[in-house]
Write a protein that binds this ligand. Structure first.
Ligand SMILES: Nc1ncnc2c1ncn2[C@@H]1O[C@H](COP(=O)(O)OP(=O)(O)OP(=O)(O)O)[C@@H](O)[C@H]1O
Ligand SMILES: [Mg+2]
Length: 267
């Protein structure tokens, strides 16, 4: 059961019938997703539904065998990850990926470098222009690290800070790339209720203040219900429902997918 969307804001990201196969397993099966500008969209579904695989296709880690991915109406299917970041999609990972021996600030700077002309590794040999660029990168990184509340920890190794702080640091790193679409894979996973609440407030705040759109995969139902403008539900590689959170949570197929109970719903 799908709900009609009030279609005022432009579509930022669209997947059209994407399919991703691993060996004999079709992880994503003709999957359609539509993300609108300035909204918080959530992708939910049981374990193994194919959610992370959709994110990996969108961010260029996997090339789908079928279908197309459009970002601001441009076909980005199969583009390399660094090109997709440069176009304006930045992400975090379900399993945090930071450089544990680098400081928090350096990790965030690495996110900014991913978008700069010099690149992280070629910045060893510096021209005047590169030195100026480096200063700009530092300034952006400092602003982002302050924004996520980790200013005091900026010179600590990323591996030494708490798990909750590492999750926020990863978001700061993604934001340092100045994305127009921020893609978060289970940002609240491993957070305590207080940290989850702070994350909710933080995400709502950046949506309000910045020209950014957010797509998240999330298991915490309070978080999804609390902040999502639009929810897409996935099961076994397919979209089984979409709509506002209230609509989706009353859908018998969604209840069935989550609880594994027959509800007698249609379809
Ligand atoms: N690289 C891979 N090689 C083989 N199979 C994979 C690979 N990545 C994912 N899969 C399989 O594809 C299916 C979908 O996985 P995916 O990680 O996308 O699910 P998910 O919805 O993100 O689940 P979870 O909520 O547990 O994170 C699973 O059956 C998974 O085992
Ligand atoms: Mg996943």
């Amino acid at each position: 059961m799908s709900e009609k969307r009030n279609g005022n804001s432009p579509v930022v990201l669209e997947t059209r019938a994407i399919t991703k196969v691993f060996g004999g397993l079709t992880a994503v099966n003709g999957f359609d997703l539509e993300v609108r500008e300035g909204e918080i969209s959530s992708l939910i579904g049981p374990n193994g539904a194919g959610k992370t695989t959709v994110f990996n296709a969108v961010t260029g880690i996997y090339r789908p065998e079928g279908g197309r991915i459009l970002f601001h109406r441009e076909d980005i299917t199969g583009e390399a990850p660094h090109r997709i970041v440069a176009k304006g999609i930045a992400r975090t990972f379900q399993n945090i990926r930071l450089f544990p021996n680098m400081t928090c600030l350096e990790n965030v700077m690495a996110g900014r470098h991913s978008r700069s002309s010099a690149g992280l590794w070629s910045s060893l040999v510096r021209t005047g222009a590169q030195v100026r660029e480096e200063k700009g990168i530092r300034a952006v990184a400092e602003e982002r690290i302050r924004q996520v509340g980790l200013w005091e920890l900026r010179n600590e190794p990323a591996g030494s800070i708490s798990y909750g702080s590492r999750r926020m640091l990863e978001i700061a790193r993604a934001l340092a790339a100045e994305p127009s679409l921020l893609v978060l894979d289970e940002p609240s996973s491993g957070l305590n209720p207080r940290e989850t609440e702070d994350l909710m407030v933080f995400l709502q705040d950046i949506i309000r203040r910045e020209k950014v759109t957010i797509l998240l995969i999330e298991h915490d139902m309070n978080l999804v219900m609390g902040i999502s403008d639009w929810v897409t539900v996935m099961d076994e590689g397919r979209k089984i429902a979409e709509g506002t959170s209230a609509h989706v949570y009353s859908d018998p197929r969604v209840i069935e997918a989550y609880l594994g109970v027959e509800t007698g719903g249609k379809g």
